[in-house]
Design a protein around this ligand. Sequence first.
Ligand SMILES: C[S@@+](CC[C@H](N)C(=O)[O-])C[C@H]1O[C@@H](n2cnc3c(N)ncnc32)[C@H](O)[C@@H]1O
Length: 254
Amino acid sequence: MQRGELEKRVAAVPVWYHTLDLGEGVVTPGYFDMRPFVGHFRFPTSMAGLSVVDVGTSNGQFAFHFERLGADRVIAVDLAHVLDHDFPDWYRRELQQRYSAAELARIDEEELEAGFSLAHEVFASKVEKRRCTVYELGDLMQGQFDVAYCSNLVQHLRDPVRALESIRRSLKPSGQFVFGCSCELSVENVSYAIFEGRIDPHITYWVPSREAAQRLCQMAGFVDVQWVGAFRFAPVPHPERVGTLAVLHARNRP
Ligand SMILES: C[S@@+](CC[C@H](N)C(=O)[O-])C[C@H]1O[C@@H](n2cnc3c(N)ncnc32)[C@H](O)[C@@H]1O
């Protein structure tokens, strides 16, 4: 695709979550620019021969990265509908009353499909998209993956243990989990979680401490849980909203 055409197509996508370099000098105006932080996740240098799932893929930056690392099969999981977010019931009902079915379908397309699908086309990607919740993944894709990646998602979930259990069940025995977790690091060596309990700007429930993030993985049945490190980052339009993302590695039970 030529640069002018690509620029027009990028501008026609109303919501970009990831800053993606699409080539031809065109970079998407992402809410987050995660490009400088990819090294913090310590992915294998080659994923040749591996089957990999990216849970909560958004515009797919990490799924496309795994494909570039040579993965045999990459599945990018995200919601089918914005109403499938783990909202409290009263808020889901409010959205249903505020928007018509047609408006909700437009929001689904803008937030959950448009950016990913343009990047997929531009990269001539073979990444496969699956539309389901993280809670459904373990039943739908039981025992299929060598590597599961999930980052920046569990703070948006009311039940992180069940979500991680589901991810674990999608792994092969001893499969690897790369977990990026919003973390609260002010008190060391204590297992606690801050309950943020807010809807705006994004639905947020629990933010665990370092100790709690490790125990979360253990409670979900992972073994060999390792703290890899943590980094601070902020949304591009809101540099003052700095958050901490922890990276943990773990394995499914043999
Ligand atoms: C904050 S973004 C993180 C994007 C990407 N994982 C990253 O680290 O850059 C969270 C993504 O998870 C998706 N998501 C939210 N709730 C989900 C759920 N219950 N199951 C699956 N995906 C969900 C959202 O639609 C969104 O694309």
